[in-house]
Design a protein around this ligand. Structure first.
Ligand code: C2E
Ligand code: CA
Ligand code: CA
Length: 538
């Protein structure tokens, strides 16, 4: 306000000065010039003073005018900066969701006018939450910035790139509809680029990304016929989730069939969230046998979901979902607590094996959490074995070694599950404190039906013998396979030949019949077991 008043006054003074200057200046200047030529009297003092005053006022006006221009410039710059901040993601400099929507609308219109198509590519980092949890938010931010840089380097000209969620990027790309393979190449290149090791960082973080692509001239979610930004975003999102479900680190084009899957997936997620506190996840037990003596040595706990909506659900369905929605740790702790109570009723010579997800293995508190469960259940650690897969070993090797050492110090044994399907190196195996390996059932099931299976099983058994590592063969379904396995060495084994995984009460009955209960007279009671669990959980 003050500035405006000042500007008005300045403008008034300068204008008046100019008018006066024209009025007085003409006359005074004439007199001065004449006096200098020697044919006239000198100018009137009053006139000269008025003239000088006018000049001063004009200069003053000019100075104020310059000041005003500078101020307007600064103001405009600040406005631009504020707009930039509102339009841009502060971390990556990419557009944000709001500004993407505006820019994408414009791009769709422009492309339509040029006879081009547009595609929306939605990219989401896999397991970013764990990076944040394990390495801290600073590292997480660096990862995001680095990914954004790599995405920006690869995107074709005129593309838009936005960060629309924590670890979610959306890119809109103009393309020639006759050559959609360009987008296949682009998606592969993006996945490859983010996976490159970070430069100048000592941390070795594996970064993978899942991508969904929707094209404006293709099918869209909800049967939408118009390629709006909203429809494209939604369709690409569905395709991206499909890529996650199919194992992550890959891309998919949107197809209408994916929508159904998405609905089921939402129901699963909601069911799992609700089912954990309601105790719907229960342990089943599969016998483990010493193949040489035929004696029962213990059980592997395998999770089942008694879902009111879906019936009995297997872990292949719900474990990956629980991992994705960050509930695997909580679910697994509940299951292990139940299993420890069940196993306390068994003969103390029998062991209990539990499967641990690689996600749990990244938790720096994992070892403490497991110890707490053992203490609460008053269960001897040496009766517990954890089964981890090779993928647990590929991340931060130093941290993995510390974790394994800490578990071993407590007396817990560690078994490497699904051996042969991953890519553990020989040196890795000999360096890490692993107690046994389990040959994946895919090799065992078809051991006698030719192919390379027998060769692989023989190689693993030779390696195990060389390293002093006991071997368990899983997936024994027939006497034939059992007989063949016995020729390789002294294995432990499990599989449908010995029985399907059973719930706690059936396992209890089986052990009672074999006279293998800790307190032989006590019948299994689900209620007592439940009460014990509650008491143990405090
Ligand atoms: P896994 O650890 O390899 O478990 C063995 C799987 O093979 C079990 O499937 C078991 O039922 C099945 N199986 C056992 N014997 C035979 C056989 O003779 N033939 C065939 N074809 N299959 C056999 P299940 O129970 O569906 O478990 C699947 C996977 O889910 C497990 O594979 C394990 O990786 C995972 N899982 C199970 N429970 C848990 C858990 O509590 N936590 C975590 N993180 N993963 C679990
Ligand atoms: Ca297992
Ligand atoms: Ca296995």
């Amino acid at each position: 306000m003050r500035n405006r008043a000042r500007d008005t006054i300045t403008f008034g003074i300068a204008s008046a000065a100019i008018i006066l200057f024209v009025g007085t200046g003409g006359q005074a200047l004439q007199q001065v010039i004449k006096a200098m030529q020697g044919n006239g009297i000198g100018p009137d003092n009053l006139m000269v003073s008025a003239l000088l005053l006018n000049v001063a006022l004009i200069l003053l006006g000019w100075r104020h005018y310059r000041q005003l221009v500078t101020e307007v410039d600064l103001h405009r710059q600040a406005e631009d900066q504020a707009k930039q901040l509102a339009d841009r993601d502060h971390l990556t400099g990419f557009l944000n969701r709001r500004s993407l929507s505006i820019a994408a609308d414009e791009l769709i219109t422009a492309c339509a006018a040029r006879g081009e198509s547009v595609a929306l590519l939605m990219a989401d980092l896999d397991s970013f939450k764990q990076i944040n949890d394990v390495h801290g938010h600073g590292v997480g931010d660096n990862v995001l910035q680095q990914c954004a840089r790599r995405i920006a380097e690869i995107l074709p000209a005129r593309s838009l790139s936005a960060r629309i969620g924590g670890d979610e990027f959306a890119c809109m790309i103009p393309f020639d509809s006759r050559h959609p393979e360009q987008l296949d190449e682009l998606a592969s290149a993006l996945i490859e680029a983010v996976a490159l090791p970070a430069q100048g960082s000592e941390l070795q973080i594996d970064i993978t990304m899942s991508i969904g692509i929707a094209r404006g001239d293709g099918p869209l979610s909800g049967g939408a016929t118009q390629a709006t930004v909203k429809a494209l975003l939604h369709s690409a999102d569905i395709a991206m989730y499909h890529a996650k479900r199919k194992g992550r680190n890959r891309y998919f084009w949107f197809e209408t069939s994916m929508e159904n899957e998405m609905r089921v997936r939402r129901e699963l997620e909601a069911g799992i969230r609700a089912g954990i506190p309601l105790g719907e996840f229960v342990p089943y037990y599969e016998q483990q046998i010493d193949l040489k003596t035929g004696k029962l040595t213990g059980f592997e706990m395998l999770a089942r979901w008694k879902s009111p909506n879906f019936g009995i659900v297997g872990p292949q369905i719900f474990i990956p979902v629980a991992e994705d929605i960050g509930l695997i740790g909580q679910m697994s702790e509940g299951l292990i607590a139940q299993a420890l109570q069940d196993a306390k009723a068994w003969d103390p010579a029998l062991t209990l094996s539990v499967n641990i997800s690689p996600i749990q293995f990244r938790d720096p508190w994992f070892s403490q959490k497991l110890l707490k469960l053992l203490v609460e259940a008053n269960f001897p650690p040496k009766r517990l074995e954890i089964e981890i897969t090779e993928s647990c070993l590929h991340e931060n090797v130093g941290a993995v070694r510390t974790l394994l050492a800490s578990l071993k110090n407590q007396g817990i044994r560690i078994s490497l599950d699904d051996f042969g399907t991953g890519y553990s190196s020989f040196s890795q195996l000999s360096e890490l404190p692993i107690d046994s390996i389990k040959i994946d059932r895919s090799f065992v099931q078809k051991l006698t039906s030719g192919g390379d299976n027998a060769t692989i099983v023989r190689a693993i058994s030779t390696m195990g013998a060389g390293m002093g590592l006991p071997i368990t063969a899983e997936g024994i379904e027939s006497e034939e396979v059992l007989k063949e396995l016995r020729t390789f060495g002294d294995f432990k084994g499990q599989g449908y030949l010995y029985g399907m995984p059973e719930p706690a009460d059936e396992t209890h009955k089986r052990l009672a019949d074999l006279n293998l209960l800790a307190v032989p007279s006590e019948p299994f009671s689900a209620t007592t077991a439940q009460q014990d669990r509650k008491a143990a959980a405090g």
